[in-house]
Design a protein. Structure first.
Lengths: 158, 158
DNA sequence: CAATACTTGACTAAAAAAGTCGGGTATTAC
DNA sequence: GTAATACCCGACTTTTTTAGTCAAGTATTG
């Protein structure tokens, strides 16, 4: 399990789609502009996300990407795994100095930990992230009236 | 929060010390041989671990490194943070296209998630990893309390 | 004093990340 | 049917990080 900027970009882009999905397919150009990620780089990432069946594409004008299934059925670990192409994990396989069991001990300890992290990320879905966020936003708006300005700005943009 | 081979090496080395700590200070040469990590590279990592007061050093013959405190008081997140020197996290700070609030939305969503991962790794200490060879119990406990953790994290943020 | 082992900083090769470029192909709207 | 949109794909470049090396120390023990 790796966790790097590449995975963050992918998760961010997926969240962007999840947030705007009621507008129909979302073009990479839109995501690029909103999230500040280069278009060509997004194409690379979405090529992998599509191959892993996390998104489906609609070509032609008005096209773009949409989530391949409900946001509640897409988990962070799946996104990260799709773009990061995790390898070996232990690299203990063909290791020369891994005979006397000593090495394998801590390698296995790490593998356990790695598995825990993976399980944790497998339990967080996009819908949960967005839902919690939305709830909080509503609460904030009720408290502070300044939020209305931001809402107007967002409405205009769409 | 980043999670890369560098952090894995550091955690592995710390686990190695924790496993052998009853033998007194552990030399980097021993760790290098057991874990297959180059001595000079370990020196770099332990320079940072020492500065972050996760280990203390004993010089001279028979010297080496030992844990600066009980294994139960050293958490995975501390080790990873020490060697990875996490930066910005959102990079949203001086971003040009981050004015109309839209960008900040998903950036914050990612920040929430990142914080959750960090909290998770902050809950795993070395003693626990070593005690439970197969650490399912902890994983299960985490699963049970996970929804609460998410709620707490979001509540705190506000 | 000599061997051990940590300490530090500068340097380098290799890999990965991030971004670019140039050509495609499918689809829609006019 | 043609032009515009937007996905699709592979090769390429740049930049950053990783991982490792080298060389010169300092402190401690036996």
């Amino acid at each position: 399990m790796r966790l790097t900027a590449k995975g963050r970009y992918a998760v961010t882009a997926m969240l962007d789609i999840a947030v705007h999905q009621e507008k129909g397919p979302i073009s990479l150009a839109d995501i690029s502009e909103r999230q500040g990620i280069s278009l060509s780089y997004l194409e690379q990432l979405f090529s992998k996300l599509r191959r892993n069946e996390l998104v489906s594409s609609v070509r032609g004008p008005g096209g773009g990407y949409k989530l391949s299934r409900d946001a509640g059925d897409i988990f962070v670990a799946q996104i990260v795994d799709s773009v990061d192409e995790t390898v070996d994990a232990t690299k203990c396989a063909g290791r020369a100095n891994c005979q006397h069991g000593e090495t394998c001990l801590t390698h296995e300890l790490w593998a356990d930990l790695s598995e825990q992290i993976h399980q944790f990320l497998s339990s967080i879905d996009l819908a949960t992230i967005i839902a919690n966020r939305t709830v909080r936003e509503v609460a904030d708006r009720q408290d502070a009236h300044q939020e209305e300005n931001i809402e107007r700005a967002l409405a205009q943009e769409a």
